[in-house]
Design a protein around this ligand. Structure first.
Ligand code: ATP
Ligand code: ZN
Length: 313
C-alpha cells in the first residue's frame, strides 16, 4: 500500500468509528462488549418496520410465498452447501454440553480457576444461518411446480466478521426474495428485480449505484471463485457512499444469480426434471436503515416529508 492508501484506510476507519459513536450516543444502537453485536432502539426498529412494509408493497405483484425460518438451521443441511469450504472464517456452529457429571465438574472447576471451559462443549446439530435463503433451499428437494416458485424470506443471519464499522454487524437481518425455476426465468428475475430494488432505494433519497460484487471467498481456491463470480457477473451489489470519497460505498442490497449452486446441492428440479436455477434479491435491513440515518440525519422526524411518507414514519 502507498502512503496515500494507508492514510485513506485510516481516515475511513476513523469515519466509521465516528458514525458508530454517533449511533451509540443517540441510543439508536446499544453497544455490547463484542464488536458487531448491538441492541436496536424503538426508533431504529420503526425505520426497519417501515422498510419492511415498503418492500412488501414492492414485491406485491410477485405473490411470493412468505416463509420465516429461525436464525439456526440443521448442520446436516449446512454440510450439503460448500459454505464451510468458502467461508470458514464467517461460519458459526452452535455448541452445547453433551457429556456427563464428571466432565461437568471439570468444566466448573476450570471456570472457577478462570480457565477456558468451552473445551467441554461439543458442536450440536444446528449452525447459525449465514444467509437466510439457505434454510429454504434445504426444504425444496424434488420437482418444482410449472413456472418455478417465488419466496419472500426475512430473518437474522450470522457472520463472524467482528468490526468497528457499524455497517458490518455479526448478527443482522436480511429480507430476501428468491426465485427457483428455469435458468432463463432465474436470470430474468435477477435482472428485473435489481432494477426495481434500485428504484425503490433511490425513492428513499439514497444515492445508490449498482456494481459487480466479489465475495470474500477464503484462501487460494477462493480467489478463483472470486474471479469466476466477477467474470460471469453473478452478483451485483447496490452500494451507497456513506463517507464521501473515502470509500466506494457500502453494499445495502445485492442481486444474485446462484445458477445451480444450491439447487444442485439440494436436488431441486424444474417441472421437466432438469436441475433448477436460483436467483435472489437480498436487502440488508440494518444497512439500509443506517444508510438512511447517515443520509438524512439521526432524527427520522426531521427526514424529508416524502421519505417519511414512503416509510409510514
Ligand atoms: P459484504 O460484501 O459487505 O460483506 P455480502 O456480499 O457478504 O456483503 P450478501 O451475502 O450479499 O452480503 O448479503 C445480503 C445483504 O446483507 C448485503 O447486501 C448487506 O446489505 C447485508 N449484509 C451482509 N453482511 C452484513 C453485515 N456483516 N452486517 C450487516 N449487513 C450485512
Ligand atoms: Zn440468497
Amino acid at each position: 500500500m502507498t502512503i496515500i492508501d494507508t492514510e485513506r484506510v485510516s481516515a475511513l476507519d476513523a469515519a466509521r468509528s465516528e458514525f458508530r459513536d454517533q449511533l451509540l450516543a443517540s441510543g439508536l444502537l446499544v453497544g455490547t462488549s463484542v464488536p458487531g453485536i448491538y441492541g436496536r432502539s424503538g426508533a431504529f426498529e420503526s425505520i426497519v418496520a417501515g422498510l419492511d412494509r415498503l418492500l412488501a408493497e414492492m414485491v406485491g405483484p410477485l405473490q411470493a410465498q412468505v416463509l420465516r425460518f429461525p436464525p439456526v438451521y440443521p448442520r446436516a443441511d449446512f454440510e450439503r452447501t460448500d459454505y464451510i469450504a468458502s467461508f470458514p472464517d464467517l461460519s458459526g456452529v452452535v455448541s452445547s454440553f453433551e457429556r456427563g457429571d464428571k466432565e461437568h465438574a471439570a468444566l466448573l472447576s476450570a471456570r472457577a480457576d478462570g480457565h477456558a471451559w468451552d473445551g467441554w462443549l461439543d458442536p450440536t446439530d444446528v449452525v447459525l444461518t449465514p444467509a437466510i435463503c439457505h434454510p429454504l433451499y434445504a426444504t425444496l428437494e424434488g420437482e418444482l411446480p410449472d413456472g418455478g416458485a417465488t419466496f419472500d424470506l426475512s430473518g437474522y443471519g450470522f457472520r463472524h466478521e467482528p468490526s468497528n464499522d457499524p455497517m458490518r454487524m455479526q448478527s443482522f437481518r436480511m429480507r430476501e426474495f428468491v426465485y427457483v425455476g428455469t435458468p432463463d426465468a432465474a436470470q430474468l428475475f435477477r435482472d428485473s428485480w435489481l432494477d426495481r430494488a434500485l428504484e425503490t432505494l433511490a425513492s428513499l433519497g439514497l444515492a445508490v449505484d449498482a456494481v459487480p460484487a466479489n465475495d470474500p471467498f477464503f484462501g487460494r481456491a477462493g480467489r478463483m471463485l472470486v474471479s469466476a463470480q466477477l467474470r460471469e457477473n453473478l452478483k451485483i451489489e447496490i452500494v451507497v457512499p456513506l463517507y464521501g470519497d473515502l470509500s466506494e460505498g457500502t453494499a445495502i442490497a445485492s442481486a444474485n444469480c446462484q445458477r445451480d449452486h444450491l439447487t444442485a446441492a439440494f436436488g431441486i428440479l424444474t417441472a421437466d426434471g432438469a436441475v433448477a436455477h436460483g436467483a435472489c434479491v437480498a436487502f440488508g435491513m440494518e444497512r439500509v436503515t443506517l444508510a438512511l440515518l447517515r443520509t438524512h440525519g439521526l432524527d427520522f422526524l426531521a427526514w424529508p416529508e416524502g421519505v417519511r411518507a414512503l416509510l409510514g414514519l
